[in-house]
Design a protein around this ligand. Structure first.
Ligand code: ADP
Ligand code: GLC
Length: 483
């Protein structure tokens, strides 16, 4: 097996910049691909936090003018990764998030901030950034969707477009097209044009050699009008060149046997530390300290996608079974207010932290009995994978990657010794309530619960299998090019 060098291009990387699971994937997949003899170099924008973390950054390329100012590419290491960083202060050196200003509005020049990232990726792929020339390019999400378009027009190695969430497509007004440096022929239904606008993700899906998304079920859902968010026709057209490859998690970052965020470590064989985590979590969130109360957790962006309005509606049912709820999340003001109000209305029973807190996320995974993910759609989802590893049974909607990663503990599954959680469908208040009642019944049989917990903790949620699938796809694409 020969080594295959991949340039991975993305707008987030854990722990330097993260708004969601994309950052986790971009950080963890390279480590797993290394074991497949696929060395990965990761190109990210030079946000302040990225430049501050970069070690031994050496300049490998200069742009006299990249959308309004000079820029350069630096190569170095950070967060254990081989990083390429696009240092362009006029585009990335700002307060606020990677896509939004401090007040939460999208930066008005996002079209160019991410066209620049794609352009930089193309320069590297075309061998113009020093000695490093990748054999293949993986572009993540709309922020890099133009990269397959540039390489389609200019040559270069094969490209894989990985779509993590079709809800975010990078759609900009038609006049943006003239500023992108693409040939006029790219303005077509087979290129970047999308219902009269410019579609960055659409361009990547249309022009990459292959398209992947992050679970087999989501790959099937997005081929339908109901799940395709306007892209289903194009996605169907990609045929076998659209694949769903499940995400894994970084099993070193998420390891209850070594986790320093917990009051005590634990394992399936020695679960005592789990009870200590539960008590610590209850105390931290102002919940009644009751080891025997069924404690649910939520760790999530608070958005429509995640179905958490359904949970607010189902809350009386949850509390009616005697259970407790711990929520950590940030997002839409109405949902933030809804959970804050629920905590006020039910002291000791509902605890809520509005904000982003990695350490608390670990304590919740270790301390709750079950993790709720009632998403309306979910490309993969990572929190249910962490929950499996930490022995929190996932109670999840049967959609996308949630359907692919949790085994419903129905009677037959329990008899066969394979259940790991509770699934419900469709994502509605009624079916969520039914799932809460079913979960309470399972909790009532503590011996069965412990068996399910052990099944969950035995599940392989690592990147090993997914990385082998990516490596196989990459090798296949290179072989097709050579043929
Ligand atoms: P998405 O990317 O759609 O938000 P995922 O489940 O794929 O959903 O990834 C979410 C990631 O963000 C997980 O690593 C999860 O632990 C983390 N996360 C989400 N909300 C918070 C929060 N409020 N505090 C800490 N971590 C969070
Ligand atoms: C997106 C999806 C989530 C997925 C993550 C990483 O943010 O919403 O389901 O796990 O990307 O692929």
């Amino acid at each position: 097996m020969t080594s295959l060098a991949v340039l991975s291009v993305a707008s987030e990387v854990y722990p330097l910049v993260k708004t969601g699971g994309l950052a986790d994937v971009v950080a963890a997949l390279p480590q797993a691909l290394a074991a497949e003899d696929v060395p990965v170099c990761t190109l990210v924008p030079g946000y302040v936090a990225v430049l501050a973390a970069l070690e031994d950054g050496a300049e490998v390329h200069r742009f006299a003018d990249l959308y309004g100012g000079p820029a350069r590419l630096l190569r170095g290491r950070a967060a254990g990764l081989d990083l390429m960083v696009l240092d362009a202060p006029h585009l990335y050196s700002r307060p606020g998030g990677p896509y939004q200003d401090p007040s939460g509005r999208d930066w008005p020049d996002n079209a160019w901030r991410f066209a620049a990232l794609a352009r930089a990726g193309a320069e590297v792929a075309l061998g113009r950034a020093g000695a490093y020339v990748p054999d293949l390019v993986q572009a993540h999400d709309w922020q890099t969707g133009l990269l397959p378009a540039y390489l389609h027009a200019e040559g270069g190695p094969p490209t894989v477009m990985t779509a993590h969430n079709l809800a975010f497509q990078g759609i900009f007004p038609a006049p943006v097209f003239g500023t992108l440096g693409l040939p006029p022929s790219a303005w077509s239904i087979d290129g970047v044009e999308y219902y009269g606008s410019v579609g960055y993700l659409k361009a990547g899906i249309a022009l990459a050699d292959a398209v992947t998304t992050v679970s087999p079920s989501y790959a099937a859902e997005i081929r339908t009008a109901a799940g395709g968010m306007g892209l289903d026709g194009l996605l169907r057209k990609r045929g076998e060149r659209l694949l769903g490859i499940l995400n894994g998690i970084d099993t070193a970052v998420w390891d209850p046997e070594t986790d320093t965020a917990l009051p005590a470590c634990y394992s399936a064989a020695r679960p005592a530390g789990r009870t200590l985590s539960k008590v610590a979590l209850q105390a931290r969130l102002g919940l009644d300290v009751q080891p025997n109360a069924l404690l649910y957790g939520v760790i999530s962006r608070l958005t429509w996608q995640k179905g958490l309005d359904l949970l607010l509606e189902a809350l009386p049912t949850l509390l009616g079974t005697g259970a407790q709820l711990a929520v950590l999340g940030t997002g839409e003001p109405a949902l933030q207010a809804g959970f804050a109000a629920a905590a006020q209305a039910h002291p000791g029973r509902v605890g809520c932290v509005i904000g982003y807190d990695e350490k608390l996320a670990h304590l919740i995974q270790a301390g709750v009995d079950a993790l709720l993910v009632p998403s309306r759609f979910e490309p993969c989802g990572l929190t249910q994978l962490c929950a499996l590893r930490y022995g929190a049974l996932p109670v999840v909607a049967r959609v996308g990657g949630l359907a692919d990663t949790v085994v419903d503990a129905n009677e037959m599954a329990a008899a066969a010794g394979v259940g790991t959680g509770v699934l419900f469908a469709p994502p509605s208040r009624d079916m969520l309530e039914a799932a809460l009642l079913r979960t309470a019944r399972l909790w009532g049989d503590r011996e069965l619960w412990r068996r399910l917990q052990r099944n969950a903790m035995r599940t392989d949620v690592s990147w090993k299998r997914p990385a082998a699938r990516y490596a196989a796809l990459f090798r296949d694409l290179l072989a097709s090019r050579a043929a």
